[in-house]
Design a protein. Structure first.
Length: 495
């Protein structure tokens, strides 16, 4: 602990965001460039170096948070980078995209604002790249064993990097034309610029990981053929089977899934398209779903110059403070949070009928109506109670030229035939079954990430990738020195 009184003398200060009017005119990250480093050492001073640091348990990676907080407070960036990378392959991803359950578990958060753990993590990662601390780590010798990783999201990339560094020959298969999974085509550029992803991919290539893009295993390459080529296979395809909204009018044009909409905007940023064919420009947009994907759609629609944007959340508006009776510390509480996109919508007043920022809470969609030519023009909704039952007399109608469904995902998509061709067993909810060692019912085939766990956070995805790598290494060699941070059955802390 560099400053024993830091948590008493220094208030919480977060990485400042650029002005709303400025940032909605571009696709750059929302934060002020260079504004984090001048404040982060003092913020790290706020860490109390607790005897029992619950931030460790709140983070599935087991990040050594008090250790690298202390090193940052002393401005020992190389040592901080070493401690951070000891548990996390991609801290610049989690430092930008993770909702930081570690901060909810911070002991300081019992009665004060938590340490800015997420910002410290991001600062270490960015500093490591700037100073050359994140150099490639190729293996000293090869094992002669081969592994195929299907999917290049955070789980697949973490598993591939760990297995490559253990000496195995690893090939990552990705069905899209570029690597990264949802980090590439699902996460908007304003949340994480893709240069961060490209930099890690370059590191992995230098270490020896091989990549195969535009190959949908099961369709372009038979899964059984892949299984015979490699000593082990890791399925890390994610949970991409989106949930539907079965209400009258769903068949109208102009109603799309969020993951049909977001990739097109990302392709514009990649230079593939001059303009998205689903652009929200000049349209009244309604987003059905109150989660992070819905917020990503919101920020994207604002940058496309939508006429209005409203987001529907079926849950009641949460309070600003943790309810200690329902969600006591150190669990991750459901409280009112203002993402960058919601801040933008609030300041620009893009949804004048909303309860807060762009959101209508406790709202359920009843039906859609069209314009007589088969295109959606309005969304009819009703307020619901805590049991999600309609409240009489609360019906209303919103103009809607573009409707985006952001209702989450149920499990891996089976259209490519991968699961059926391999013959792996699945759970009733659609995810892949596995044992305590991440192994499926098919010998040599393992499953990790959202494809097996179900829709989760990026920090859990990376933890799954690291853990399945240890399981595969043990399967191939009989032992493993790789870290195994979680089991398939671990879940976030709850009451």
């Amino acid at each position: 602990m560099a400053d024993p009184k830091g948590f008493m003398t220094t208030p919480r200060e977060e990485w400042p965001r650029r002005p709303v009017e400025e940032r909605v005119r571009d696709w750059d990250e929302v934060y002020v460039p260079g504004a984090l480093l001048p404040i982060i050492s003092k913020q790290a001073d706020r860490c109390m170096d607790c005897g029992v640091p619950f931030c460790h348990d709140a983070c599935p990676l087991g990040n050594l948070i008090p250790e690298w907080n202390d090193l940052v407070s002393r401005e020992d960036w190389r040592a901080a980078s070493d401690r951070l990378h000891a548990t996390n392959n991609f801290p610049e991803f989690t430092g930008r995209l993770c909702p930081a359950p570690c901060e909810a578990g911070c002991v300081l958060a019992i009665n004060q604002p938590a340490v800015t753990i997420k910002n410290v993590e991001c600062a270490i990662a960015d500093h490591a790249w700037a100073e050359g601390f994140a150099s490639p780590r190729p293996p000293e010798r090869l094992s002669g064993r081969t592994v195929a990783v299907i999917g290049s999201g955070p789980t697949g990339l973490a598993a591939a990097q760990q297995l490559t560094r253990a000496g195995h020959t690893v090939a990552v298969y990705e069905k899209d034309d570029r690597l990264g999974g949802l980090m590439r085509y699902g996460i908007p550029e304003f949340k994480m610029e893709k240069r961060h992803l490209e930099r890690r991919l370059g590191q992995m290539r230098a270490e020896g990981t091989k990549f195969r893009t535009s190959v949908a295993v099961g369709r372009d390459l038979r899964a059984a053929e892949l299984r015979t080529r490699y000593d082990a296979v890791v399925i890390a395809t994610g949970a991409t089977a989106w949930r539907e909204l079965s209400v009258p009018g769903r068949e109208l044009d102009g109603i799309h899934q969020a993951m049909e909409y977001l990739p097109l905007a990302n392709r514009v940023c990649e230079g593939d398209l001059a303009e998205s064919p689903m652009s929200a420009a000049g349209k009244h947009v309604v987003i059905v779903g109150g989660g992070d994907t819905g917020a990503d759609c919101l920020g994207t629609a604002l940058r496309e110059r939508a006429a209005s944007v409203t987001q529907l959340d079926i849950y009641a508006q949460p309070g600003a403070e943790r309810d200690e009776d329902i969600e006591p510390w150190p669990t991750y509480p459901k409280i009112y949070r203002l993402s960058a996109a919601h801040e933008e919508a609030r300041d620009l007043e893009t949804a004048p009928s909303a309860d807060a920022d762009a959101r209508l809470f406790a709202a359920s969609t009843l039906r859609f109506t069209g314009d007589g030519n088969g295109h959606v023009r309005s969304l009819h909704l009703v307020e619901v109670d805590a049991a999600r039952l309609p409240v009489p007399g609360t019906g209303r109608t919103l103009p809607a030229d573009l409707v985006l469904l952001a209702l989450g995902f149920s499990g891996p998509d089976r259209e490519d035939g991968l699961i059926d061709q391999l013959g792996v067993a699945t759970e009733p909810r659609g995810t892949i079954s596995r044992d305590a060692g991440f192994a499926t019912n098919v010998p040599g085939v393992f499953a990790a990430g959202d494809a097996a766990r179900g829709q989760s956070l990026i920090v859990w995805a990376i933890a799954e990738g690291r853990a399945v790598a240890a399981a595969v290494d043990h399967y191939l060699t009989g032992s493993s020195q790789l870290p195994w941070p979680i089991s398939p059955h671990d879940r976030p802390m709850t009451v």
